[in-house]
Write a protein that binds this ligand. Structure first.
Ligand code: CTP
Length: 423
């Protein structure tokens, strides 16, 4: 077994839920990889698994009480979080997430979570109606916006006998998310249950259009409006889809990336040209709009280089809005790609803005990324994204753009396998 978590200390918080039985296996899986695991068991959690089994598997004392004289003398709640590299809450119950979102600290688990400055990974688990409740969705969104990581929940048979979203991710999926957060490894996020995707070319026979890079909007023959997009993410997605067997047309604005192998590249400059190239590449099963399209262009590009006129006054630009390529592809009547994925570059309220962007533009999924100052996403090699679908929000750990591309391509392949079967 690869010691991917050697010398790492995980504080596992087990809250109340039937899925707590999976946390016993999670302890084993983390320890197999070299991690030290200490556990906090909430009152609710102790209804589902016993302190004795948790202690036996973790080979550590189990912490249960905020006001335990014994625990506080040997290991205070501040030390519990200070000595951990990462806190994992699995299962994360609706109740505990509500406390966390409100900043409550009225038991050991919530106090440790409020007192920590370490990364926290949530593995939510609950009944599907509770998961769908606006209060839970609001709390979960708040926690994601606060910078917590999440894995799952997945869809499927729930232990309470119902079917739907709310199923805790499997222990190995949680371990992969832990490895990603701790090691910044490129294994891709573990998000929801595995679908048993098989075969090296699950997208064989599918056509995909990917937009990438910035657009340049001419002001005159030598000047243009542009943005800092590098094209790294879009190019990596085109490569990843081609790697899974899709026939890919990459419509790319000006960039310095090498053309991905096995992909047809259409180089364009402006948003208008990007739209025309996308329309020419139809029909397609998949469209992924990763380009940072300029929202505006200058009305009436000057035919000759603009000159200073000696008045000391700068020229006034009239801007007109560019066509929205993502919205156009999403809202086509007839011939719409069956899966349209957009990106949302946001600097605040990332999940909220991205969710309304998904609805407004009419695409199926949105990959939301925080491009705020200091994140280094624009032009950088790493990305921290949320995948937003009609009924779910997944926080993926920070990872290289290549790994985001691999994970997204896999999700797309899973989507087609689930909806149309493997071909
Ligand atoms: N997009 C597009 N055509 C445009 C503008 C944006 O296809 N003219 C696509 C991008 O490729 C991305 C998504 O729309 O997939 C969102 O882009 P973003 O810049 O985040 O959003 P905006 O449309 O600019 O919306 P806002 O101004 O509200 O941020």
């Amino acid at each position: 077994m690869n010691q991917t978590l050697a010398d790492k200390n995980i504080l596992l918080i087990i809250s109340g839920g039937i899925a707590a039985y999976k946390s016993l296996d999670l302890i084993r899986r983390l320890k197999e990889r070299g991690a030290g695991v200490r556990c906090v068991l909430t009152q609710g959690g102790a209804q589902f698994v016993t302190p004795l089994s948790v202690a036996a598997l973790s080979e550590e004392a189990v912490f249960q009480d905020l006001f335990s004289l014994k625990d506080e003398s040997e290991m205070g709640h501040i030390r519990l979080s200070r000595e951990a590299d990462l806190l994992v809450v699995a299962p994360a119950s609706a109740d505990l997430m509500a406390k966390m979102a409100a900043g409550l600290a009225n038991d050991l688990a919530s106090t440790v979570l409020l007192a920590t400055d370490k990364p926290v990974l949530l593995a939510p688990a609950m009944n599907t109606v509770m998961w769908d409740h606006p209060a839970t969705r609001r709390n979960f969104r708040t926690l994601l916006d606060d910078g917590l990581h999440a894995v799952g929940p997945g869809q499927g048979d729930l232990a309470c006998g119902e079917v739907g979203a709310g199923r805790m991710s499997e222990p190995l999926e949680i371990v992969a998310a832990v490895e990603n957060i701790i090691g910044g490894q490129s294994a891709g996020p573990a998000t929801g249950p595995s679908t048993g995707q098989s075969g090296a070319a699950p997208l064989k026979g599918r056509r995909a259009i990917v937009t990438s890079g910035p657009t340049y909007e001419a002001i005159d023959p030598v000047r243009y409006l542009a943005n800092r997009s590098s094209g790294k993410q879009g190019h990596a997605i085109a490569a990843a889809l081609a790697g899974l067997g899709a026939e890919v047309v990459l419509v790319a604005g000006p960039n310095n990336q090498p053309d991905p192998g096995g992909v047809s590249v259409r180089d364009i400059e402006s948003a208008t040209q990007m739209l025309a190239a996308c329309e020419a590449a139809l029909p397609a099963d998949i469209a992924v709009c990763a380009a940072a399209v300029s929202d505006w262009r200058v009305a009436g590009e000057a035919e000759q280089k603009m000159k200073k006129d000696g008045s000391g006054q700068p020229p006034a630009f009239n801007l007109v809005e560019n066509p929205d390529i993502l919205a156009t592809l999403s809202q086509m009547n007839g011939g719409r790609p069956s899966l349209v994925v957009g990106f949302a570059a946001e600097t605040e309220k990332v999940v909220d803005h991205a969710q309304s962007k998904r609805t407004r533009k009419g695409c199926d999924w949105i990959v939301a990324n925080d491009v705020g100052a200091g994140t280094g996403v624009m032009g950088g090699d790493e990305n921290t994204v949320h995948l937003i679908t009609a009924d779910n929000v997944e926080a993926w750990p920070k990872m290289p753009k290549d790994a985001v591309a691999t994970a997204l391509a896999k999700r797309i392949a899973d989507h087609f396998t689930n909806h149309f079967g493997s071909e």
